[in-house]
Design a binder for this molecule. Structure first.
Ligand SMILES: Cc1cc2nc3c(=O)[nH]c(=O)nc-3n(C[C@H](O)[C@H](O)[C@H](O)COP(=O)(O)OP(=O)(O)OC[C@H]3O[C@@H](n4cnc5c(N)ncnc54)[C@H](O)[C@@H]3O)c2cc1C
Length: 369
């Protein structure tokens, strides 16, 4: 089994498969540990599964987040309690923890290698995979290479034709922020999540439309001119200690529809479909897709089923679990990033109606598993 990409989806799939005696090679482009642009809030829908599988980052004592604050550009604020909530952990720590677990369980993890091509040979019923300087063959390939990869291009995936206008920026800071609170502060052309992670640090991560970024010389100027209009953000930016030399930044974040199976590759996590970050559910979906994919592979092996059966079973499970959530996420994202006018109305509505905010949370989250 060959797994391309070692984020949450790839690492968790590999760990489960080797535990069942299925050999796995996982190829990751970077080397651990490293920072990623991510709000680092993990929905508690994953907690029972993570604890049962011994994959919960217990030793980091991650803060539990059970209160949500939404603020408008002008600083109007509303707080509500979260029924399920989540926990905060940096990807630097969590991915490294899972990587070490994968090595310990016997996954063959190859880091610093980028997969450039993965082609299925119908006649031989096998994949030929090429990375930076190695060739592999495998009967199954799992694509867990995240939201946008070189490999998407060589696989001719449809969403790659469309440019995506979103830019993501992340910092770790030291600041005064309640341990149980996840805040979503809005600004013109974007939104910024703030919540605590391990060891008393706070994650500050925002998504902004490219058009806003283009108006300014650099990120610092964008932040001072646009983000600081929201008094909550101004206070955070001026009263905190920023822990990175420079922000983590990514471009071309796409929420276009993707396919959970493409050219016989079984996609997991963001590679199968990415939910808008404001939903705070991408990591939970990556973890859950790793579970349903590894379960399907195990069942396929135990019952000696065909590739066709495996692809259909996984596609159906994935669609029934996530397709609706992704649609809801896209709808909310489009409203928030529509005209300034529609965005302002949407935020005001959510601030004034607790039941609407609760409904949005329900529509973009799953049940505990
Ligand atoms: C601004 C922003 C904020 C977010 N905030 C949150 C949040 O608070 N909560 C939440 O739940 N979700 C959040 N998300 C979403 C979350 O980060 C993703 O859904 C999650 O990381 C998906 O995990 P993954 O394993 O699918 O992919 P990733 O974590 O992206 O892992 C993919 C891996 O594949 C590797 N790779 C890529 N191409 C190749 C290749 N060709 N060969 C080898 N390796 C390759 C990459 O280096 C990477 O390590 C946010 C996203 C953004 C953009």
């Amino acid at each position: 089994m060959l797994i391309v990409g070692g984020g949450l989806a790839g690492l968790i799939t590999s760990i489960r498969l080797v535990r069942w005696g299925i050999e796995c090679v996982l190829i990751e482009k970077k080397s651990y540990p490293f920072h990623r642009v991510c709000g680092e809030y993990v929905s508690n829908e994953t907690t029972p599964f993570l604890k049962k599988e011994n994959l919960f980052p217990e030793s980091f004592n991650p803060p539990q987040l059970n209160q949500f604050q939404l603020t408008s550009v002008s600083g109007k604020s509303k707080k509500i309690n979260l029924d399920l909530g989540g926990f905060g952990i940096s990807r630097f720590s969590y991915d490294r923890f899972l990587y070490q677990m994968a090595l310990q369980e016997g996954v063959n993890v190859i880091t610093n290698h980028e997969v450039e091509q993965a082609e299925f040979n119908e006649e031989e019923d096998i994949f030929n995979v090429t990375s930076t300087d190695q060739r592999f063959t495998s009967t199954l390939v799992i694509g867990s290479f995240g939201k946008r990869s070189k490999l998407d291009k060589s696989l001719n995936r449809n969403f790659m034709d469309k440019r995506s206008p979103y830019v993501g920026v992340k910092y770790h800071i030291h600041t005064q922020h309640p341990d149980n609170l996840i805040a979503l502060h809005n600004f013109n052309g974007g939104y910024c999540g703030v919540s605590n992670i391990e060891f008393g640090k706070t994650n500050l991560c925002y998504l902004v439309h490219r058009n806003q970024v283009k108006r300014f010389k650099n990120i610092a100027e964008l932040e001072e001119t646009i983000l600081h209009q929201n008094p909550w953000l101004k206070s955070l930016f001026t009263n905190s200690k920023f822990l990175f030399d420079k922000p983590e930044v990514i471009n071309e974040i796409s929420f276009e529809t993707k396919e959970p199976v493409w050219k016989h590759i079984l996609m997991a996590g963001d590679a199968a479909g990415m939910i808008a970050p404001l939903c705070g559910n991408g990591m939970a979906m990556a973890i859950h897709s790793a579970k349903i994919l590894s379960d399907s592979i195990l069942q396929c092996k135990q019952e000696n089923r065909s590739r066709f059966w495996l692809e259909n079973t996984y596609r159906n499970k994935w669609n029934s679990m996530f397709a609706q959530r992704l649609r809801a996420g896209r709808l909310i994202q489009n409203n928030l990033f529509g005209s300034e006018w529609s965005s302002r109305i949407a935020i005001q509505l959510a601030i004034n109606s607790e039941s609407l905010t609760q409904l949005i949370i329900r529509k973009t989250h799953g049940e505990a598993f």
